[in-house]
Structures are given as C-alpha cells and as structure tokens.
Design a protein around this ligand. Structure first.
Ligand code: ZN
Length: 82
C-alpha cells in the first residue's frame, strides 16, 4: 500500500486526533482530549489498516483515527485528499 484516498472533512478532523502506538501494529487513537478513543490495527498480510469506530465499520471509509496514525507512524503512505 502506498496511497490511500481520504476525504477532505475526515482529513481535517484527523488534526485533532492524538495517536500512540501500543504494539507493532496497534495504536490507540483518541479525540476530545482522551474522552473518546478507538483502536487502529494494521494487517501486514492484507496491507490494510482497520479501526473499531463506526465511521470505518459502517461507512467503510478511512476514518480520522487511521489518518492520524498514518500521518504520525506511516509516512511512507501517501494520503490523497479528495
Ligand atoms: Zn476510526
């Protein structure tokens, strides 16, 4: 994976998300000053990031939590903002 398409509003919201690595392929991604948090995972076999939030699971979009993790920890991945 070298490029992910993300939409403009989620990209903007990702600026207020703080992510920290818990394990090699697992991060805690929090917003609202830590009041709300989700777990972002990376599956190396599928080369895919997943998140446990509703935005990712029900809307099937790259969420602000994943964007935050990529910006901080996976700078080799280009985010294409549309
Ligand atoms: Zn998420």
């Amino acid at each position: 994976m070298t490029e992910l398409i993300v939409d403009k509003s989620r990209n903007f919201k990702a600026q207020s998300v703080f992510s920290k690595r818990l394990h090699l392929n697992e991060w805690r991604s929090e917003s609202a000053g830590g009041q709300e948090f989700h777990t972002v995972m990376f599956n190396p076999a599928l080369q895919q990031f997943t998140c446990d939030c509703a935005d990712y699971n029900y809307r099937g979009k790259v969420c602000k939590h994943i964007i935050s993790v990529i910006r901080k920890y996976a700078k080799n991945i280009n985010l294409k903002i549309i």
